[in-house]
Design a protein around this ligand. Structure first.
Ligand code: AQP
Length: 332
C-alpha cells in the first residue's frame, strides 16, 4: 500500500506483436484498476530476453507496447507506465530473491516446461529463473493485487511463497500480493490448435489474431479457425475450437454462452466465425487508430518512458534499500 491506496502491478513482454490473448486476458482490464489502485504497468523487456530477440525488433516493440498500453486506455497521468530495464532495482532484487527460491519450486513451473520444450536449443538459466524476476517486479512496489491471465497465476503464487519465506526470516518486508484473474480473462487459445494457448511468439501467424491486424486479416483468420465436424454452436466438452471462439465472442460482446447458443441456433459455423471476426475487428479498430497516432510521436513516448522510470524508481529504491538493510548489506 502507498499512502492510502492499494497497489496494482502488471506487465507485458515486448516479445512479439501483442495478441487478442494479451488484450482480453490482461491489457483491456488494466484501465479498470486505475481509479481504485495506485497502478504500475511495465513493459518487461528483461523478461523478453529469456528467449532470443532480434535487437531492432525488441526496441521497436518496446515503444509499441507502451503505445498500446495508452491506446487501450491507460492514462499516464493516472498510472505509472515504464520500461523494466530503466529501473535497475528489478534485476538487483531478483538476484536477492534467487537466494530465497528453491530449485524444485522453479522446476515445477508450467511455463518453464512449455518454453524449454519450445526453445530446446536455448534452455538458459534466465528462462528457469523468470518467475523470480517476476516476483521482484511485483514485490518492489509492495503490490496488493496483480491482474494477470490465468496462465500467469502460478507465477504469482510462487511470488507469494517467496515473499512469505522472506518475511518469516525478515518480518514486515514485503506485502503479500493476490493474483486477480478477471472473469473475461480466461485463456484464449490458438486458432490453429485450440488445445494450445494463443501466444505472440507462435510461428504460425494464422493461429494468432494480433491486436494490430487489419479488419480483413482478422476476419480471414477467424474463417480459417480449426473447429470440429459437428455443426451446432454449443459450448461443450470436446469442442475446443468452438469453445474458444465462443469465449472470444463472449469477451467482446459480454454475452453469456447460453445467449450465444440461442443467437446462433440454426446457423452453421461459417456464420458464427464471421460474426466473431466482425465483433473482434470492431472492438480493435479504435485501439488501432489511437495506437498509430501515438506511435508517430516517438519523442513523446520517450518522454513518457523517462517520467514513468523516475516515478517507478522512487518506489523501487525504497523497497530495495529496506531489503538490503535487513540482509545486512553495508550502506556507504
Ligand atoms: N492466450 C492468452 N489468454 C489470456 N491471457 C493471456 N496472456 C497472454 N496470453 C494469453 C496474458 O497477457 C499478459 C502478458 O503476457 P506476457 O507477455 O507477459 O507473457 P505470456 O503470458 O508468456 O504471453 P505470450 O503471448 O504467450 O508471450 P510469449 O509468446 O512471448 O511467451 C499476462 O497477464 C498473460 O497472462
Amino acid at each position: 500500500m502507498f499512502q492510502d491506496r492499494l497497489v496494482s502491478y502488471s506487465g507485458v513482454q515486448p516479445s512479439g506483436n501483442l495478441t487478442i490473448g494479451n488484450y482480453l486476458g490482461a491489457i483491456r482490464n488494466f484501465s479498470l484498476y486505475s481509479e481504485k489502485y495506485k497502478c504500475f504497468y511495465c513493459v518487461v523487456d528483461e523478461h523478453a530476453i529469456t528467449v532470443r530477440q532480434n535487437p531492432a525488433e525488441l526496441r521497436r516493440r518496446t515503444y509499441e507496447t507502451l503505445a498500446l498500453y495508452m491506446a487501450c486506455g491507460l492514462d499516464p497521468e493516472k498510472n505509472t507506465l515504464y520500461v523494466q530495464s530503466h529501473v535497475h532495482e528489478h534485476a538487483e532484487l531478483a538476484w536477492i530473491l534467487n537466494c530465497f527460491t528453491g530449485f524444485g519450486e522453479l522446476s515445477r513451473m508450467t511455463q518453464f516446461k512449455d518454453k524449454s520444450q519450445k526453445h530446446a536449443d536455448n534452455i538458459n538459466a534466465g528462462l528457469f529463473t523468470y518467475p523470480v524476476l517476476m516476483a521482484a517486479d511485483i514485490l518492489l512496489y509492495q503490490t496488493d493485487v496483480v491482474p494477470v491471465g490465468i496462465d500467469q497465476k502460478q507465477h504469482v503464487e510462487l511470488c507469494r511463497d517467496i515473499a512469505e519465506r522472506f518475511n518469516q526470516i525478515h518480518p514486515d518486508t514485503f506485502t503479500i500480493p493476490e493474483p486477480i484473474v478477471s472473469k473475461s480473462g480466461m485463456k484464449i487459445m490458438s486458432l490453429a490448435d485450440p488445445t494450445k494457448k494463443m501466444s505472440k511468439s507462435d510461428e504460425n501467424a494464422n493461429a494468432v489474431v494480433y491486436i494490430l491486424d487489419d479488419r480483413d486479416t482478422i476476419i480471414r483468420k477467424f474463417k480459417r479457425a480449426v473447429t470440429d465436424s459437428d455443426t451446432s454452436v454449443r459450448f461443450a466438452e470436446g469442442k475446443d475450437g468452438i469453445n474458444n471462439l465462443m469465449t472470444i465472442y463472449s469477451c467482446f460482446t459480454g454475452k453469456t454462452m447460453e445467449e450465444i447458443e440461442r443467437e446462433f441456433e440454426g446457423h452453421g459455423y461459417g456464420d458464427f466465425k464471421l460474426a466473431v471476426g466482425e465483433v473482434c475487428a470492431d472492438a480493435l479498430a479504435p485501439v488501432q487508430e489511437k495506437f498509430h497516432a501515438l506511435l508517430k510521436d516517438k519523442a513523446a513516448l520517450e518522454a513518457q518512458m523517462k517520467k514513468g522510470a523516475e516515478e517507478a524508481s522512487y518506489y523501487a529504491r525504497r523497497t530495495l534499500g529496506k531489503v538490503q538493510k535487513k540482509l545486512g548489506f553495508v550502506k556507504i
